[in-house]
Structure formats: C-alpha cells, structure tokens
Design a protein around this ligand. Structure first.
Ligand code: FPP
Length: 239
C-alpha cells in the first residue's frame, strides 16, 4: 500500500463530542489527546515520516478564557508526559506557528523538548500551535522583503523554493494527505501553500472518536487515489 510520507490532520470535533454528552468542552479536548496518542502510534506502525497536527489556531485565542487556559494546561501536561516516549521511539518534535505567544512555561517545555529530540529521525511530529497560514505567509513575506532590502536577495531571485524556505515548515516536505475530522469540509487557514497538491479526506468522525482503525481506512483510501500533479493519467502511466 502506498503510504503518505507526510500526513497532516485538522483534529476537529472535540467540543461537539463533549456537548453531545453534556460534558464540559475541555473533556472533549482531554479525550482528543488520547486520539493523538493512538494516531501517533499508528503512524509509527505504518512508517509515516512526518505527522503535522493542528492543535491550536491563531483564531483559537478568541475562545472563552477558561477554554484557552485549559487547552494550554493540557498541552503543557501532554508535552511533559510525552517526552520519555518521544525519545524512546525516535520521534523528533517540531512546532509551527507563533510559539512566542504561548504561555511562558509551555513555550519553554516545547523548546526544551524540540532541542532534546532534534537528533531523532524515525518520525517528525510537528505541532501547529498558535498557527494560521495567512499569518505564516505574511511573516515569510516580511522576512523575504527584509533580505531584499538588505541587498541579500534580488527580487528576480525569488522563486517557489524561496517562499517555502521562509515558511515555518521550512525543511518539511509538503503533506501528501490531509485529514479533517468532524464532517466539516474546510481548510480553515491551515497550510494553504503546503497543501497545494495534497489529497484531502474529510471524515465524519469527531476527533475524540477517531481511532487507529479510522486512520487505517483513510490510508487505504489515499492508496487508491491517483495523484497527477497537473499531468494526465496517461502521462503518469507511460514508462
Ligand atoms: C478542535 O475541536 C480542536 C481544537 C481546537 C484543539 C485540538 C486539541 C487537542 C486534540 C488536544 C491537545 C493537543 C495536543 C497535541 C496535545 P473544537 O473544539 O473546535 O470542536 P468543535 O468544532 O466540535 O467545537
């Protein structure tokens, strides 16, 4: 079976999962962490090299203060608890987004873990935190403009690789497959540049219910898709 090298996931539906059970929304997020753990395990089993998870968007700062602080607490606990497991399994942690906006202790833990796992090569787990794609592109444009202003780069020298190299995802391959859970068919400001040729799968399952089995089904569906990258099927099939 053809396996994506880079899988990206919009983990949606935690709030609805909790609301359906008349539970506080944070319990949906807590259950969502269990799905994160089982999906990471399943990705390792399949040899997926890069997994990017949309854990907190730039827009999520606008949620009720309680929910934001509970999510940050959950993230901090997750990071501290996971470090030994990440190391043991050869997982390198990366982050994309405005990491400086995270609460000090969460930011510090994140940086520590990224440093401690920098040499791990089995899989890269990339967390999108305080992430918005338009914000990322805007910051990249600013960095490129600064290089041009400094005489370090010619405007004519700017190509697609220049843009990619100035994004938070620099060095990561583009996702081959994006999965969004919870029945919503939107990209929601996630990896707009990087998803140009990705296969998209929208699952009806709410993220806290998303299991290893659901991931396997999505991988089977991905394996059946023909990726043409703008070419014709005949061109791809010719030797
Ligand atoms: C979307 O569900 C989910 C989030 C905004 C947060 C995702 C966070 C986790 C799964 C837990 C923490 C992550 C890690 C990596 C430890 P929603 O609240 O928008 O759901 P709704 O659309 O049903 O309201």
């Amino acid at each position: 079976m053809r396996i994506p090298k880079h899988l990206a996931i919009i983990m949606d539906g935690n709030g609805r999962w909790a609301e359906q059970r008349r539970l506080p929304r944070i319990l949906g997020h807590r259950k969502g962490v269990e799905s994160v753990q089982s999906v990471v395990d399943e990705c390792l089993r399949h040899g997926i090299e890069y997994l990017t998870l949309f854990a907190f968007s730039s827009e999520n700062w606008g949620r009720p203060r309680d929910e934001v602080s509970s999510l940050m607490e959950l993230l901090g606990t997750f990071l501290k608890r996971e470090l030994p497991h990440l190391n043991k399994r050869g997982i390198r942690l990366r982050a994309i987004g405005e990491i400086d906006r995270l609460p000090g202790d969460v930011g510090r833990t994140l940086r520590d873990i990224m440093q401690q796992t920098a040499g791990s090569r089995v899989m890269t787990l990339c967390l999108a935190l305080s992430y918005g794609s338009r914000d990322e592109l805007t910051r990249a444009a600013r960095k490129i403009a600064q290089r041009v202003a400094a005489g370090d780069l010619e405007p004519e020298g700017i190509d697609e690789e220049t843009i990619s190299a100035h994004l938070d995802t620099a060095g990561l391959p583009d996702p081959d497959l994006l999965i969004r859970t919870s029945g919503e068919s939107r990209i929601s400001n996630f990896l707009l540049w990087q998803l140009a040729y990705s296969e998209l799968i929208f699952s009806e399952v709410l993220w806290p219910d998303f299991s290893a089995e659901h991931l396997k089904q999505a991988l089977v569906e991905y394996g059946q898709r023909q990726r043409r990258f703008g070419l014709t099927g005949a061109q791809l099939n010719s030797p």
